[in-house]
Design a protein around this ligand. Structure first.
Ligand SMILES: [Zn+2]
Length: 459
């Protein structure tokens, strides 16, 4: 503190001297620009620019410096405080956590890799001084066992949309215009046919329900982006739905518009009961926390899930490490949720098993999902909490949407929630989700930690 005040005083003296110097230079420039000669226009322009720059600088110095001197001690105090909480070693551990989870390969719920991922988290929480509990739950997991479409003896591989019913059938293929709204289906006859339509604009389930209502016996959705579709229907639909890449699907759309085609649609999917595992960490004896910090540690098939969501998992762990020897840790539980990608199964199992008293004692549930990519940190959730966050840190962006992640089941039970999220990015749910920015993880950790302390200590 003392150091900062001294520094400010010294810099003010320096700026004062600079001000005198600048005044003299400006006086010189004012005289020199009075010489008007087209030959020297460029020099004149330079002089004008220099003058403008100096004027701006002078105003900035005159207005800004006393303000800065006045305000600096408070701002500096905040920075110093947070630096003492997280040292460089802790920050690198956050990155190492993401790396360790990514190195396991795709963390698909219900597969053996989740045992390794959970063992890693249990060990890290233990090292940080916490006790852990593995909360298991079961759910019917959708599995695509290999689905495809055969035309004239040529089979192209597709992806069964998550949640579709299985089906094997032979029928004519009919192209539906646009994206498969009700009006689009009304423009063609799909009765008894397999309809083919482009992805986009409306939800998969809406396309499928429109197809079914129009009498189609199956639906093929063609990707409007590069690569395969890993989509979820989210609603029960009476017909099998297959997704094709644009590379496979677009030529088919072209062809069937000039030649009538019969196709074999084969959606080979099933539901299998699997076990998920939430990792719950807290200090020994903490049974009624005021706050829960959580994030899912599973990923989608084929994706190592660095940003989605090793990033959030690592941030929760980082906050736990940083707070472990503070009184705040006695008010908190830290949870790594499983099976978020299959439909929020882990967080839903947690709230369903929790006593109502436990849930009503929570001041907040804070969820972290995709916080390692994109500069702008966003916070969504219950408005009283987002306003609180805004007041603490005007840098964060408050977004309105609740979003479908692990805070949602808590919100449905009346728990105030917050959702830390940095938004969509190109590698989302792809094999390229391999990188996160350490700086962003640390920023998220700092902001979250500050908010957690304030929430716990507020009356
Ligand atoms: Zn996620």
């Amino acid at each position: 503190m003392l150091f900062i005040k001294t520094l400010n005083y010294a810099s003010y003296m320096c700026f004062s001297l600079l001000f005198v110097h600048c005044s003299l230079v400006l006086r010189f420039l004012t005289v020199s620009t009075k010489v008007t000669n087209t030959k020297f226009q460029s020099i004149l322009l330079l002089n004008k620019q220099a003058k403008l720059w100096l004027q701006t600088a002078l105003v900035a110095v005159l207005v800004g410096l006393p303000t800065a001197c006045f305000a600096q001690p408070n701002r500096a105090r905040v920075v110093i405080q947070s630096q003492s909480v997280v040292n460089a070693q802790e920050s690198n551990r956050t990155f190492a956590d993401v790396q360790a989870l990514v190195n396991l390969g795709p963390r698909v719920a219900g597969t053996p890799v989740m045992e390794k991922a959970s063992a890693y988290l249990i060990e890290e929480y233990r090292k940080a001084g916490y006790v852990t509990e593995v909360q298991t739950f079961t759910y019917p997991k959708f599995q695509d066992l290999g689905s495809n479409l055969t035309v004239d003896g040529t089979t192209v591989e597709g992806k069964a949309l998550n949640g579709t019913i299985p089906g094997k059938l032979n029928a004519p293929l009919v192209v539906v215009p646009n994206v498969g709204r009700k009006a689009d289906f009304a423009a063609v006859n799909v009765k008894g046919a397999v309809a083919i339509v482009r992805r986009g604009e409306i939800r998969f389930s809406e396309k499928a329900k429109n197809a079914s209502a129009a009498g189609a016996v199956g639906l093929v959705i063609v990707n409007n982006q590069v690569g395969d579709v890993y989509g979820t229907l989210g609603e029960e639909v009476k017909i099998p739905v297959l997704a094709l890449s644009g590379k496979e699907g677009n030529p088919l759309i072209q062809r069937v518009q000039s030649v009538p085609l019969n196709v074999n649609l084969n959606v080979n999917a099933q539901r299998r009961v699997v076990t998920g595992r939430n990792i719950i960490a807290h200090l020994a004896g903490v049974t009624a926390p005021k706050i829960i910090l959580g994030g899912h540690y599973d990923s989608v098939p084929g994706s190592p899930g660095a940003n989605d969501n090793a990033s959030g998992t690592a941030v929760v762990l980082a906050v736990a490490r940083n707070l472990s020897s503070t009184p705040t840790a006695r008010q908190a539980w830290f949870i790594a949720f499983d099976a978020e990608e299959d439909g929020l199964h882990g967080s839903r199992a947690f709230v369903n098993k929790a006593q109502s008293q436990f849930l009503s004692g929570l001041k907040a549930m804070i969820n972290f999902d995709m916080v390692g990519v994109n500069d702008q940190l966003g916070i969504g959730g219950t408005s009283s909490l987002t306003k609180f966050a805004r007041n603490l840190d005007p840098q964060v962006k408050i977004f309105g949407s609740f979003g479908g992640s692990d805070h949602a089941p808590f919100a449905n039970k009346g728990v105030p929630v917050m959702f830390f999220y940095r938004g969509q990015e190109p590698n989302y749910h792809t094999p390229n989700d391999k990188n996160v920015d350490l700086k962003l993880l640390n920023e998220t950790t700092q902001v979250a930690q500050n908010i957690v302390k304030q929430i716990v200590n507020a009356n």
